[in-house]
Design a protein around this ligand. Structure first.
Ligand SMILES: Nc1ncnc2c1ncn2[C@@H]1O[C@H](COP(=O)(O)OP(=O)(O)O)[C@@H](O)[C@H]1O
Ligand SMILES: [Mg+2]
Length: 313
């Protein structure tokens, strides 16, 4: 019997043992938690991070714990060095506004970088738009205005977000918008000389960001224009492509499709606002989100009254 090969039963046992060892490894890895917090479950994966729901041990409060994937820790550190700026947590922790996610804590543990925030039990706006969810479609103008208020506050804090887009806006259970993700944010007035950098989300990047040139807050005016366009119409203003570079290139010389082609409920005056925000030259755009917001609010109340409820398409 000694020369008999492994039986089917042996193979099953061995397979089970291996699977157990493997899942133990995975379990250990997924159980990484900063001191003072317990990880409850994974909520979402971003481009550079994994976001979890967690418990703060001191008071058992529910929080969100964003852990930068190890392979991106270096990228984050390089950005800090290039721009001589603080880390994502350092930048976000001083922000307090009803339309900006609240950051409570940040740090390093075992070579991993984490940020602890208020937990928003709700999807990001991109998911709602793509799912044609009424939580977005019935409240689109209000959502866009609230996100703009958050962005104007960030600018008042002398920061440039550089990655404003519907994926980086969460809708809280009470329906209010919250801006997240300060991974690319930089101070508006850098002491350092500008170094070439082209990070951002391709579909929302301003022409100057695509070219890797120096940017100011008007790059966020552009991204706010593209995002507001998408929030109001459910579509993006430029031809879509799977290729990241093609997606970026459209910002340089392609004219946006008129938003009223997608949604006739958009007043002409609001269409003008969107197109001005998306002007190729920064000097042709609104000088600030605040100025753009002021005009948007005027159009909103003139056409849709106090509630600013634009009819669904
Ligand atoms: N405070 C939060 N509460 C709940 N979910 C969050 C929170 N922050 C982020 N998320 C979820 O995680 C996703 C990725 O977060 P984000 O900060 O954009 O990471 P990345 O920098 O990797 O893009 C978001 O789209 C959202 O679904
Ligand atoms: Mg993000």
């Amino acid at each position: 019997m000694c020369d008999r090969g492994p039986t089917a039963q042996d193979c099953i046992h061995r397979g089970r043992r291996l699977a157990k060892d493997w899942s133990k490894g995975l379990f250990r890895r997924s159980r990484f938690a900063p001191d003072n917090y317990r990880i409850v479950r994974e909520v979402a994966r971003g481009g550079m991070s994994i976001v979890h729901q967690g418990h703060r041990k001191s008071d058992n409060a529910i929080v969100a714990v964003k852990i930068i994937r190890p392979e991106f820790s270096q990228v984050a550190e390089q950005l800090e060095e290039i721009f001589d700026k603080g880390s994502e947590g350092e930048i976000a922790i001083s922000l307090r506004h009803q339309n900006v996610v609240r950051t409570f804590d940040f740090g390093h543990k075992a070579g991993r970088y984490y940020i602890v925030m208020e937990f928003i039990d709700g999807p990001n706006l991109k998911q709602l738009i793509d799912g044609n969810n009424p939580r977005w479609s019935e409240h689109r103008l209000r959502i866009a205005i609230e996100a703009g208020r958050g962005l104007a506050y960030i600018h008042k804090h002398r920061l440039i977000h550089r990655d404003f887009c519907p994926k980086n806006i969460l809708l809280a259970p009470d329906g209010t918008s919250r801006i997240i993700d300060f991974g690319l944010a930089i101070p508006a007035h850098l002491k350092q000389k500008w170094r070439w950098d082209r990070s951002g989300t391709a579909a929302y990047m301003s022409p100057e960001q695509v070219r890797g040139q120096k940017v100011d807050q008007r790059t966020d005016v552009y991204a706010y224009g593209v995002s507001m366009y998408e929030i109001l119409t459910g579509r993006r203003p430029f031809p879509e492509s799977r290729d990241k570079y093609r997606k970026m290139a459209v910002h340089l010389n392609i004219k946006p499709v008129s938003p009223r082609d997608y949604n006739r409920n958009i007043p002409v005056a609001l269409e003008h606002i969107l197109l001005r925000a998306m002007a190729k030259a920064p000097s042709q755009r609104y000088p600030s989100v605040e100025a753009m917001l002021k005009e948007t609010l005027a159009v909103s109340s003139a056409f849709f009254g106090e509630g600013g409820r634009m009819p669904s398409t």
